[in-house]
Design a protein around this ligand. Structure first.
Ligand code: IPM
Ligand code: MG
Length: 360
């Protein structure tokens, strides 16, 4: 029997509803594979602000550090949108990433044959798309200093953020990119803005210098504007993409939407050591929170990613991923992925059919 301590961060909006489904799935699969999960729950984001005044209470971070992996749902909502920045839910998420040293964010975007008609792009463009975006997560313009709103000599306000990367920050994320490509289709595209930005020129130089260590990986470079265009023009040209924090934020949403619904996509955030954080790519969807409309599948697939990447239980992960495909095959759809002739269900019913598939 393997024992794992998992910190659950359900967060805001639809977070608690979809987290409950993932926990049920883990319990069932745990029973089948002799895995014992010790779940501990902690507040983050808006619920943490309401309870403690802070989006990432020190105790939450401590609990995350003392666990084998962290499963996060989503943070944020209208209620907290106008608070000062240090009290915003997003600041809690950024603090978690920085606090756990999670510099590598893996965001897969894979077209599921069952959902191909949910994509806004034509079938022949998206069929077979399978992209992994490797996004740098603890540096770049999100964290660079100086940052803030300052006053100029004339008394005008001036907002400042700084896009900065050191060589070592570039090297470690580039290596994750190369290694990810090695395990996938063997192609790595590094995305930057080296035609304009010094920080990007350094990025490109470092990535290029590392390439000879990975002779089995075919490396290419794209400027970020071109990469955005290529993603919607002919996404099948991509296998693995490695890029900085801001470009990765933007491109991973675009890549996600190729699949038709951001409601299906998990992600993993990993550091050099210590627990990783596994979370859906989508947000807290406050407009449908508490209405039993949320799609729990990205959360469930995040739990599968956790089993695969953090707990080294690939067989259990496979089982969950196959079950998700099976419920789609059976025609069950939440509102976000609904298409003609399918059976629309809410979050709870989706959970029921999924658990049924897992237990047969
Ligand atoms: C994401 C989100 C976050 C980010 C926000 C909520 C801080 O958009 O995970 O992509 O910008 O990184
Ligand atoms: Mg984003």
């Amino acid at each position: 029997m393997m024992n794992y301590r998992i910190t659950l961060l359900p967060g805001d909006g639809i977070g608690p509803e979809i987290m409950a489904v993932a926990v049920d799935v883990l319990k069932v699969v745990g029973g089948q594979f002799d895995l014992n999960f010790e779940f501990q729950e902690a507040p983050i984001g808006g619920v943490a602000i309401d309870a403690t005044g802070e989006p990432l209470p020190a105790q939450t971070l401590e609990m995350c550090r003392n666990s084998d992996a962290v499963l996060l749902a989503a943070i944020g909502g209208y209620k907290w949108d106008n608070l000062p920045r240090h009290q915003r839910p997003e600041t809690g998420l950024l603090g978690l990433r920085a606090g756990l040293g999670l510099f590598a964010n893996l965001r897969p975007a894979q077209i599921l044959p069952q959902l191909i008609d949910a994509s806004s792009l034509k079938r022949d463009i998206v069929e077979g798309v399978d992209i992994m975006v490797v996004r740098e997560l603890t540096g770049g313009v999100y964290f660079g200093t100086p940052k803030g709103v300052f006053e100029t000599e004339t008394g005008e306000k001036r907002g400042v953020n700084t896009m900065a990367y050191t060589e070592s920050e570039i090297d470690r994320i580039a290596r994750v990119g190369f290694e990810t490509a090695q395990k996938r289709g063997g192609k790595l595209c590094s995305v930057d803005k080296a035609n304009v930005l010094e920080v990007s020129q350094l990025w490109r130089d470092r990535v290029t210098q590392l390439a000879p260590e990975y002779p089995d990986v075919e490396l290419s470079h794209l400027y970020v504007d071109n990469a955005a265009m290529q993603l919607v023009r002919w996404p099948k040209q991509f296998d693995t993409i490695v890029t900085g924090n801001l470009f990765g934020d933007i491109l991973s949403d675009a890549a996600a939407m190729l699949t038709g619904s951001i409601g299906m996509l998990p992600s993993a955030s990993l550091g050099a050591s210590g627990p990783g954080v596994f979370e859906p790519v989508h947000g807290s969807a406050p407009d449908i929170a508490g209405q039993d409309k949320a799609n729990p599948l990205a959360q469930v697939l995040s739990a599968a990613m956790m089993l695969r990447y953090a707990l080294e239980q690939p067989v259990a992960a496979d089982k969950i991923e196959k079950a998700v495909l099976e419920v789609l095959e059976q025609g069950y759809r939440t509102g976000d992925i609904m298409s003609e002739g399918m059976k629309q269900v809410g979050c709870k019913e989706m959970a029921e059919v999924l658990l049924k598939v897992l237990t047969v």
